[in-house]
Design a protein around this ligand. Structure first.
Ligand code: PLP
Length: 385
């Protein structure tokens, strides 16, 4: 058995790929110029910025001008939700989202409520799925925006976004999807998803942190949320993070090229992990949909054991995983996603998430399965904390 650590927290973040680092490097070094500069030093960064727009557009199946680079997934979500709703206030003041969205969307919606918007937070079923008919029932003439994530960060469930979009479009609402978790392993083609706004983040796709992108369908008007020199079509002012957007573009292109093969590989490993945990850990239950889930995403709750105590003991055993979302790490509150799928508050702290990625092998999965049953029993028996 190898002694290196096993990293099973790819939903929290991913290591930057070698090819991505290589592509970014020149823009920290010789090609350091400002892409807005008129002199020669602005040339290479300006070209790289344009190339990054094209590369991301190729992955999304859109035009380069429909891609807006942002300072991460959170900022892309904020720009989509706040930017679109605010620009449409004259048309209507209703927004629809779901109870299991990431805080980047939920807290943007709460801000809209403070500004006088009405927000409907749709429930999900026990598998974490949003019912498209629930969207239909919630739509009104006042609804300007529907925001439903493509895949959930805590339980991995993949939503029927294209179906939801079809329904929302019939009533004239614009559709945003937070594809931050989905970006590495799911199809991001915006025509097939039928969405108007789509967010991605660099650090979930083996790219850098602090850089993201928002697809904005041509003709969809947004109010900016960051004001300044008018970069990115006046939608995200600030000198462009050239190394960052180059890294994001290369990482997304590589992920798209490897998507099918890596998706199959990770689905097999994920199912081996899920089957192993459910058969060897007493009182362990899967969270999220059994099949409509992200390829590398395995999530559970265990009776009578908090997720926090499991992850601390797994950490000591050399395994990195999490109890839920990285944003809630260290929180003792029940997960809003686990309570949304029907778990009582007492079990909402028992989430355990193991997310597999490029470096994960069958040996890693077996190492988890070798130690987890014992750790659960020791915690239950009070032998471990
Ligand atoms: N949306 C989802 C579903 C996420 O999982 C995350 C990060 O965990 C974000 C948005 C925020 O992205 P970023 O960390 O790039 O701000």
């Amino acid at each position: 058995m190898k002694n290196e650590r096993v990293y099973l927290d790819h939903s929290a973040t991913t290591p930057v790929r070698e090819e991505v680092l290589k592509a970014m490097w020149p823009f920290f070094a010789d090609a350091f110029g400002n892409p807005s500069s008129v002199h020669s030093d602005g040339g290479a960064p300006k070209e790289a910025l344009a190339r990054a727009h094209s590369m991301v557009a190729d992955v999304l199946g859109c035009r380069p001008g429909e891609v807006v680079f942002t300072g991460g997934g959170t900022e892309a979500d904020n720009l989509a939700v706040l930017g679109y709703a605010r620009s449409q206030r004259h048309r209507g003041n209703h927004v629809i989202t779901t109870v299991i969205e990431h805080e980047a969307v939920l807290n943007s919606c709460r801000q809209l409520e403070r500004e006088g918007f009405r927000v409907t937070y749709l429930p999900v079923d026990r598998d974490g799925l949003v019912d498209p008919y629930g969207v239909q029932a919630a739509l009104t003439d006042e609804t300007v925006l529907v925001s439903v994530m493509l895949a959930n960060n805590e339980i991995g469930t993949v939503q029927p976004v294209a179906e939801i979009s079809e329904i929302a479009h019939q009533r004239g609402a614009v559709v945003h999807t937070d594809a931050v978790q989905a970006a590495c392993l799911l199809d991001l083609n915006v025509s097939r998803l039928n969405v108007d706004l789509l967010s991605v983040s660099g650090h979930k796709v083996y790219g850098p942190k602090g850089v993201g992108a928002l697809y904005v369908r041509s003709g969809t008007h947004l109010d900016p949320v960051v004001f300044g020199g008018g970069q990115e079509g006046n939608l995200r002012s600030g000198t462009e993070n050239v190394p960052g957007v180059v890294g994001l573009a290369v990482a997304l292109a590589l992920a798209a090229a490897e998507r099918d093969a890596e998706g199959h590989r990770l689905t097999e490993l994920r199912d081996r992990l899920i089957a192993g945990v459910l058969s060897s850990v007493s009182g362990a239950h899967l969270t999220g949909h059994a099949t409509r889930r992200l390829p590398g995403h395995a999530s559970f709750y265990c009776d009578d054991v908090s997720g926090e105590s499991l992850l601390v003991n797994l950490d000591v055993a050399g395994i990195s995983c999490s109890s839920g979302s990285a944003c809630r790490a260290g929180s003792t509150e029940a997960s809003h996603v686990l309570t949304a799928i029907g778990l009582p508050t007492s079990l909402g702290r028992n989430g355990l998430r193991m997310t597999l990625g490029r470096g994960t092998s069958a040996e890693d999965v077996d190492r988890v399965l070798a130690v987890l049953p014992g750790i659960v029993e020791e915690v239950r028996g009070g032998i471990a904390v």
